[in-house]
Ligand binder design. Structure first.
Ligand code: ZN
Ligand code: ZN
Length: 889
């Protein structure tokens, strides 16, 4: 029995998927964890070390603060507080930082700089695995040891208002809470009013110990209009007055109770120059951390350069401040200034508790822990500490005691720093075995003898090789869009060359002879010699072609054909200026920013309306009447949806006062998408089962394609709709004036589709950075977070470019030829051209795993490639189905 070539390709891709999965498993290792994991039952705290006379201080020291308020402002960047914006918009905070009883730090967040992993890091003190970003939106309950759970176990009463992620992470931990959903990014007042409205009442009450506030508005402003927006200033002033309100109320309460309170102002992550976050740029990583308490000494003067600490240091500091055990997986070290004012014996006791906890974690994760410098420093400090205790208990109050105390403290601080560093480094360990197996599995595929590389042009071959080689450099990955723009432009010029030669040198097989020559060139490559089985099958397909000719085109069409490469080049140039992407030039002004700014809403509305009309004009021509009507209504619905959520305006609308979530409008469009997809599938089945009719099949495939176009139109932000228009326009031009008249073979057409698909991935504004994924697409038409549709919609919106080009390929090839061989051949080429860069990339990443940019640049790229492989798999399954349809009919 002969295995269908489509089935074979699908198997290849399946093996690749498993390979990539295995590789990723090895590459994103389990984070550093304590072995006593879920058992939270109180282990007795480490007693004070002593030599000789035994100390009787075995209990945990009492809390330093009676009430703790944590005010977390989402996406609060360090310069919003410590920079010129802070001076201007946050006068009270600036006063506290410079002259008040406070300690300020710049806390560095580890990537991924996304809210949920950051909250976890703040409360557990541990470093979550990179893969946590994927689970960010779902946030299941946190089982790991953390400050909140410890506080609950100790009977603290906690209240929470703000981002509902907290309520999901810590269910049943708060005696009172009000969670706000963060998914409707366009709202930045209601999310915060929802937090502030509780404040007056709660601050007057005395029945709580910990109050946590998570303000989302600033983050939302960042996502909508970037850090340069005037809205940022307003929001910072609002936050400043809230901080003042809390601080004044805590102070007046202290006057009655006579025990100090603690107010913590912090951010979970910063925001990049484009207003998003997720990666590891300075702007995303640096957040302010300010501890305010009357227990601290007032500052003598201006302190404008706060010390850099780790975000994970807060957990240990809070635990000590609240008199709780430090979370067992915490890799952070206590922020020493917070205990500076305490008696020396207490200070040393706190430092000792922290050092014991860190060294325990080290023992459980590093087999050779005894050789670690941090462990040696800790043992040394512990010995000195014992001596100090003995002297202290002998009531020796001389200078010797004081000097020894200073020495012990320094030794502990050094030990904490070193321990904390080596624990953080542990996270960068890789499971080499899984990585090797994964690599081998993926490599197996392109090396398979059935691969038919021989059909590719010189440009395509060199372009593919060049792209793969470029992946070895981090800056080429960060700016990968440039590679694809260059390749697509080169492709256009090569096509231009071919068309002109064809027009002026006549139609006598000239281009084909050229391509035979190229084939000869490829065949000389020894590795590809044995691809002959594949070529035999292919020859009849080629032989059936008549000599190519542009002369079959009428007069004006010939001129159009000659102009088409230039039109495509112009389209690409316009698309380039729509979205700046990458890293280095991402902050440059682009059309997209200009359009999305609130001053240009009218322009954006006109552009969106025109784009939707163009989309309809380009898509409808090959649809059946029913789907034409559905398409028109669907596109109308898209505009209504954007108007409802306040992105665009209707002509009769002055301003967007009543913004809704647009649920009805979006669902209306979803219905039409499903309707069109259903009609398409029905036609396909009909062509297969009943009529064996070729035209019905073509219409059916085109309808499925147009259903996907409608879905993309719904999910794309309005300023990105031109991307969709140009994609359809280029496909139409290429079909009519290039692919058909020049009779390119299936492999060449497949590769061109792949290249354009890649270029359109970047035209949309995507990059190899996690931060550019537009999460809001996952909530179009959804009331709450539902995992499967949200993940599907986000993935579809992100990869819309490659997906639409791949589905166009299927639809185009099956309308051009009724034989299955061209289609399955194209399937092979597509799968191979996708997998070649991936396999090469995996080798590179393996060899670069200790590279400085491994987390910020190479790993996100790997995630993107993993997703791409999944999509290839989906397309190949589709191809296989088509192949079967073909052989039957
Ligand atoms: Zn956040
Ligand atoms: Zn955000």
């Amino acid at each position: 029995m002969r295995l269908g070539s489509g089935t074979f390709a699908a198997c290849c891709v399946a093996i690749e998927v498993i390979g990539v999965a295995l590789f990723l498993r090895g590459f994103f290792p389990a984070p550093v964890r304590s072995s006593s994991r879920t058992e939270h039952q109180a282990e007795p705290p480490a007693p004070e070390p002593s030599t000789g006379a035994s100390s009787n201080w075995t209990k945990l020291p009492p809390p330093l603060f009676s009430k703790v308020v944590i005010m977390l402002i989402d996406a609060l960047r360090d310069d919003f507080v410590f920079g010129s914006k802070g001076v201007k918009f946050m006068p009270y905070t600036t006063y506290l930082v410079e002259k008040g009883a406070s300690h300020s730090f710049v806390a560095e967040a580890k990537p991924p700089t996304v809210t949920m992993p950051r909250i976890k890091a703040l409360m557990t003190g541990s470093l979550p695995g990179f893969i946590d970003v994927v689970r960010n939106l779902n946030s299941p309950a946190l089982l790991e040891d953390n400050v909140i759970t410890q506080a609950k176990a100790a009977g603290k009463r906690m209240i929470f208002y703000g981002d509902e992620t907290w309520v999901k992470l810590f269910p049943q931990h708060f005696v009172e809470y009000d969670g706000t959903t963060s998914f409707f990014v366009s709202d930045y007042t209601e999310v915060d009013d929802n937090v502030t409205r509780h404040l007056d009442k709660v601050l007057k009450r005395g029945d709580w110990d910990v109050l946590i506030l998570h303000y989302l508005g600033l983050d939302h402003i960042g996502h909508i209009s970037g850090p340069g927006s005037p809205l940022i200033g307003h929001k910072l002033s609002e936050m400043d007055s809230i901080l003042m309100k809390i601080h004044t109320s805590l102070l007046s309460e202290e006057r009655e109770n006579l025990s100090p309170n603690l107010l913590v102002l912090c951010g979970d992550h910063g925001m990049s120059e484009t207003g998003s976050h997720g990666a590891s740029s300075m702007e995303e990583v640096n957040t302010p951390l300010i501890l305010i308490s009357s227990a601290f000494e007032r500052k003598p003067g201006d302190i404008r350069h706060p010390k850099h600490v780790q975000q994970t240091d807060l957990a240990a500091t809070l635990a000590i401040g609240l008199g709780l055990p430090i979370p067992e997986n915490s890799v952070g070290s206590l922020l020493f200034p917070s205990i500076e004012g305490r008696p020396v014996r207490e200070q040393l006791r706190f430092l000792h508790l922290n050092a014991v906890q860190l060294s325990k974690l080290l023992q459980e994760n590093v087999p050779s822990y005894k050789k670690e410098p941090g462990f040696e420093q800790f043992k040394m400090a512990e010995r000195l500490h014992g001596n100090w205790i003995r002297l202290y208990l002998e009531e020796n109050t001389s200078e010797v005691l004081f000097n020894l105390g200073t020495k012990v403290r320094r030794q502990y601080l050094d030990a904490l720093r070193t321990l904390s560093l080596s624990l953080s480094r542990q996270v960068a360990q890789y499971d080499i075995y899984s990585m090797l197996v994964g690599t081998v599995m993926v490599l197996e595929n392109p090396a398979h003898p059935n691969s038919r590389w021989s059909e590719l042009d010189v440009v395509i071959l060199l372009g593919t090789m060049g792209h793969v080689l470029s992946l070895g450099a981090s800056s080429f990955i960060e700016e990968e869009h440039q590679t694809w723009y260059f390749l697509v432009n080169t492709l256009c010029l090569a096509l231009c060359h071919e068309i002109y030669r064809n027009c002026f040198l006549g139609d006598d097989c000239e281009p084909r002879r050229c391509s035979h020559g190229e084939r000869g060139f490829v065949n000389t490559a020894p590795a590809l010699q044995d691809g002959s089985i594949g070529r035999d099958e292919l020859e009849p397909h080629r032989a059936s072609k008549s000599p190519t000719s542009l002369n079959t085109l009428r007069g004006w069409e010939k001129w159009m054909a000659m102009a088409s490469p230039w039109v495509i080049l112009t389209c690409c140039r316009l698309l380039r200026s729509l979205n700046q992407t990458g890293v280095q030039w991402a902050h440059r002004p682009d059309l997209g920013h200009w359009l999305t700014s609130s001053d240009h809403k009218a322009e954006l509305s006109v552009l969106a309306a025109l784009s939707l009309i163009m989309i309809f004009a380009l898509v409808q021509r090959r649809c059946s009447l029913t789907s034409k009507v559905a398409m028109a209504l669907g596109l109308l619905g898209v505009y209504c949806y954007r108007a409802a959520i306040g992105n665009v305006l209707f002509p009769w609308q002055r301003d967007s006062k009543d913004i809704s979530k647009g649920l009805i409008e979006a669902r209306f469009v979803h219905v039409f998408v499903l309707g069109i997809l259903f009609t398409g599938t029905k036609d396909l089945l009909k062509s297969q089962v009943i009529a064996a009719d070729f035209t019905i099949k073509t219409v059916g495939l085109w309808e499925i394609y147009s259903g996907l176009v409608l879905l993309a139109a719904l999910l794309f932000r309005p300023h990105n709709l031109p991307v969709l228009v140009f994609s359809l326009l280029i496909q139409t031009i290429m079909t009519k004036f290039i692919w058909k008249p020049l009779r390119h073979d299936a492999a060449e057409i497949a590769v061109m589709h792949y290249w354009f698909g890649q270029a359109f991935f970047y035209f949309q504004g995507n990059s190899n950075n996690i931060a550019t994924v537009d999460i809001s697409a996952g909530f179009v038409g959804l009331d709450t977070y539902v995992e499967v549709p949200a993940v599907f919609l986000t993935a579809f919106a992100t990869f819309a470019g490659p997906v639409l080009w791949a589905s166009h390929l299927v639809s185009f090839l099956s309308s051009e030829t009724s034989s299955g061989s061209a289609l399955s051949h194209a399937c092979f080429c597509y799968a191979l051209i996708c997998s070649f860069p991936v396999s090469a990339y995996i080798i590179l990443v393996t060899s670069l795993r200790y590279h400085l940019f491994i987390w910020s640049v190479f790993s996100p790229k790997l995630l993107y490639e993993g997703m791409h492989i999944l999509i290839t798999a989906a397309i190949c399954v589709f191809f296989t189905a088509m192949d079967q349809t073909n052989t039957k009919s």
